[in-house]
Design a protein around this ligand. Structure first.
Ligand code: ATP
Length: 505
């Protein structure tokens, strides 16, 4: 039962989007210092609950209270900030070409210039970010931008509630640890924290309590100490099936490329991983192959040398790419679900020779929806109305079903999606390989590579090592190999003179 001792208490929050009930009668409260892990399948309603709390949308009924003061109307985002509610997203909503200082006070009441700088510096110091105030935000790493976002929350006054929406999805281990440390620090000072993540180990590491939503309803609320990872997975998806794929005998060599670290090849029927650090070279190699890099390199595709200067050139040869950031690089938020899958293909047409499906767009979409178990509104709804995991499935559908890929390149395809959706995506990618494609998965998540791939390469700077298929091909092995490569790289940096690498001054 919510009392004035609770910092944040939801009271019967229900949200309807037309005929879709996204949340039903949600009730739970968070005390000062508590860190609640909010979990749920894609589409369970987590983002919707955050959006109600921050005033992005209004609840259809019910509301919430902050320190016992009930709020039963839709706040403006500015009012929410003034009440001490801060939200951190995976991709912070900052103005990229404005400075750190300008972003800190964007849409906030700003004091005079000198005080502004002093307060900005203080807020940045509190979150442990020593950043030049005049540096444009676009020059910062993702982790640094999240810290700027957190510091922004501190500048609105006393932070009471901190909502974290998949904050670590694109962060490396060290940045994740640092963020977790900060979260614990805020909680120790009485902030109520609600943490959304599909990374169960992250949740187990920092959360004191677990709340699970399923289909818009609260189904579990209990102390974190009562959960094992297996029990959590079970609470999230009670009918979770296990995935046990069979390796098919690979066919002809589809692709081979020479990278600074050595050759990489992929055959028809196999799923090959490129595993490296967060933001590492594996993503550069993926972009090269897909014609999405600024300076394209040549490589062999089906026995012919190609140098793709644009994604369109690569697509014409059957090289399809699912980029790492689905919302900014992949999908068009304001277009319909159907068009997001079919758009690149409308312009192609059968006369161009690479429109291989004789079916109509609606038929292709219906098939994709079933194959990937896409859930949400209808084909003519804007794709932005689907949950994160279901949006990701749309991007995948675009490159899996209207035409058959020759080489399919996936960058972190299961990032930020729940365990059930992960299985759907893995199965769909493996099925494409089974139909004869060569599939490349670039990732910084060892679990993702181990659960999808037949074999892999670890990529670190100009070091490359092949990890063949074997009994012991698993996430731990991949992580150990990358750690070994890292320590070798560090040792050779210490002993050899190294050419200067361009970096941020
Ligand atoms: N603007 C909208 N219009 C219509 N339906 C919506 C809208 N926003 C969300 N929904 C629907 O509400 C439900 C809950 O979605 P929500 O984004 O809150 O899920 P989620 O738990 O955050 O999922 P994910 O982990 O995939 O991000 C889904 O069925 C979704 O399709």
């Amino acid at each position: 039962m919510a009392t004035a001792e609770h910092r944040l208490a939801y009271t019967g929050v229900t949200v309807d989007f037309g005929a879709t009930r996204a949340l039903e009668d949600i009730e739970f409260a968070v005390a000062p210092g508590e860190i609640v892990g909010l979990l749920g399948h894609n589409g369970a309603g987590k983002s919707t609950l955050f959006n109600v709390t921050t005033g992005v949308i209004g609840a259809s009924s019910g509301g919430f209270s902050i320190d016992g003061v009930h709020i039963d109307r839709r706040l403006t985002p500015r009012e929410a900030a003034q009440l001490g509610i801060t939200v951190i997203h995976q991709e912070p909503a900052l103005a990229p070409n404005m400075s750190v200082l300008e972003n800190l006070f964007l849409a906030r009441k700003a004091p005079g210039a000198a005080e502004r700088r002093a307060r900005a510096q203080e807020a940045l110091a509190t979150v442990g970010a020593e950043l030049p105030l005049d540096m444009p935000v676009e020059a910062l790493s993702l982790g640094e931008r999240q810290l700027v976002d957190l510091a922004r929350g501190l500048l609105s006054g006393e932070m009471k509630v901190l909502l974290l929406d998949e904050p670590t999805a694109a962060l490396g281990r060290a940045e994740t640890d640092a963020l977790h440390e900060l979260i614990r620090g805020f909680a120790a000072r009485g902030v109520a924290v609600v943490y959304v993540s599909h990374r169960l180990p992250d949740i187990m590491e920092v959360c004191t309590r677990i709340v699970v939503l399923r289909g818009g309803r609260l189904v579990v609320d209990g102390p974190a100490s009562g959960f094992t990872p297996a029990k959590l997975a079970e609470a999230l998806v009670p009918d979770l099936r296990s995935l046990d794929f069979t390796h098919v005998e690979p066919g002809r060599e589809v692709m081979s490329v020479t990278t600074p670290g050595g050759p990489i090849a992929a055959r028809a029927g196999e799923v090959v991983g490129l595993f490296g650090m967060a933001g590492g070279e594996q993503f550069g190699i993926a972009a090269q192959l897909a014609g999405a890099a600024a300076s394209p390199h040549a490589y062999e595709l089906d026995g012919t040398t190609h140098r793709f200067a644009s994604p369109a050139q690569a697509i014409r040869r059957g090289v399809f790419f699912v980029p790492p950031d689905r919302d900014t690089e992949g999908l068009i938020a304001s277009e319909t679900a159907l068009d997001n899958v079919m758009l690149p293909w409308y312009a192609a047409g059968p006369s161009r020779g690479w429109w291989v499906s004789a079916r109509s767009g609606a038929e292709v979409y219906a098939h994709a929806r079933e194959a990937l178990d896409i859930r949400g509104p209808s084909a003519d709804a804007e794709v932005s109305q689907f949950s994160g995991g279901n949006r990701q499935k749309h991007l995948l559908a675009r490159w899996l079903y209207p035409a058959e890929p020759v080489l399919l390149i996936l960058a972190q395809p299961t990032q930020g999606v729940d365990v059930g959706a992960k299985l759907d995506i893995v199965e769909a990618a493996r099925a494409a390989a089974g139909r004869g494609a060569a599939v490349i998965v670039a990732s910084s998540e060892s679990d993702e590579i181990a659960s999808m791939c037949d074999r892999a390469y670890t990529v670190l700077g100009d070091r490359l090592a092949e990890v063949p298929r074997s009994e012991s091909f698993n996430a731990d092995l991949l992580t150990s190999l990358l750690t070994i490569a890292e320590s070798h790289a560090a040792a050779s940096h210490a002993t050899e003179p190294h050419p200067a690498t361009p970096g941020r001054a």
